[in-house]
Design a protein. Sequence first.
Length: 231
Amino acid sequence: MSGAGDALYTRRFPAEDAAQVAWRAALWRVLVDDFFARFLPRDGCVLDFGCGGGEFLQAVRARRRIGADARPSLRDRLPPDVEFLVARGVTLPELADSSVDAIFCSNLLEHLPDRGALLELLGEFGRLLAPGGRLLVLGPNLRYTGVAYWDFFDHVIPLTEKSVAEALAGAGFEIERLIPRFLPYTTVGAARTPLALVRLYLRLPLAWRVFGAQFFAVARKPDARPRDQLR
């Protein structure tokens, strides 16, 4: 990422605001423990592509945790037991085929330069995932954000839950779960919601239909083994 991009993210998520940084870390612990953990193998390898400050990975319990991001400076924000890779483009040649059991990708796809790059990234995810591995994708849904989708300068590709599902299917993934409205749009500039309310929100899907503006998709890489060997 260019220096201008680094400056943009620094202004958006100021590291010097210790209270906000601590709240985001606590928020992600709740999100992982109360929701995302059910899709992640504790004895496997989890990759967060576009890991940012690493809040998701720090909350995950897994045998191996890997963060990848275009900003090398983020390495210093991760604990020593989390591996870090600099993502130059949409590939991670350092990782072998079928070496990852789950991939998390949050609020990234809309930042890619074009749909070709998005499809290339999904192809890379398919290469990295072991058969039966899961891809978890979270992102803003233009259908529910409205024009606020474009309030972030680096949003490029307009996406809805349907267009993402179509892209995933075209890349060979099987859709296990698709939630059009899940989390609210953004925490940038928002008040720090009490964590007890976050836990309650995660247990009330009806509330998602009112406040949710991000889609969530769980896609699975098909297992190549014959069906009679899958049991």
